[in-house]
Design a protein around this ligand. Sequence first.
Ligand SMILES: Nc1ncnc2c1ncn2[C@@H]1O[C@H](COP(=O)(O)OP(=O)(O)OP(=O)(O)O)[C@@H](O)[C@H]1O
Ligand SMILES: N[C@@H](CCO)C(=O)O
Length: 296
Amino acid sequence: MVRVRVPATTANFGPGFDCIGAALGLYNYIEMEFWPRPVVEVIGEGQGELIRDESNLVYRAATRVLSEAGVNKALRIKLENNIPLARGLGSSAACIAGGMMAANRLLGGPVPFDRIINLATEMEGHPDNVVPALIGGFSISILHEGKVIYRSFPMPDNLRFVAAIPRFHLETVKARKVLPREVPLSDAVFNLSRSALMVAAFCRGDFTDIEVFCQDKLHQPYRSQLIPGMEKVIKMATQKGALGCFLSGAGPAVICLAYEKQAPILGESMVEIFLDEGIESEYKILTPDGEGTIFL
Ligand SMILES: Nc1ncnc2c1ncn2[C@@H]1O[C@H](COP(=O)(O)OP(=O)(O)OP(=O)(O)O)[C@@H](O)[C@H]1O
Ligand SMILES: N[C@@H](CCO)C(=O)O
């Protein structure tokens, strides 16, 4: 039997739409073994709600790796979920990364890691969650001529991600439908300049002006119609001393970057502002994850 731990992730990281992401210290656990018939058990997030047959996302990800290796066998999969579903914290990427890594280990590791990165990106549709879910850290990734090219580096231990997580689900598919097909050149320049400076900030560990580097014009303005309070939460967190603040992935969670001491007050304020807009939420203070998917 194989057991893996796979982290939550925050994609986009402000301006890095579909290419920047980071792994967070909030984990799902997946147990997997060959079994005479398909079995899926779920504990925690999604219990009583998630599909428990071969169409479960973890099962499908595992099957993708089995078929890559030419194996056709049934699995028993047990999921212990802590990552909330469809909130912008990479729950689907965790299923795909964890399911693929567990299946590959079960087979004795025939599929090379870079092939898994490609298969996972294909299944998720973009690399910005699956890459940090697999390798940890702060990562930049692109799909170039069918191959994922990525770089990842560690984040400072004292950095905290304060995530205000609304109670409602927002499926990524729905949150992508509101995005325009084309954007003004000035908005593209706005984002690419900030993305470049964001990467420089993490490379050098120098967060001066990072509040500015967290800004975005490619997805947040369009998605705000789906997330009441999002813009106010982002504005307030920045005014209250967060290092920077952005929509996490496709939302609805909003994340601010902070140091440990400020984190609880920022979390409480974010929850209050969401509530003023009629949105119930909870906050979690998350550490950076530097390991990605690991075997236990
Ligand atoms: N543990 C799980 N087991 C099976 N399926 C899951 C699990 N977690 C998430 N999913 C599937 O993934 C869907 C959520 O994926 P979606 O991409 O919409 O959001 P997300 O990954 O949580 O957020 P984001 O991509 O914005 O970070 C769920 O509706 C469910 O179908
Ligand atoms: N880059 C993706 C992340 C969510 O899966 C998006 O914003 O749609």
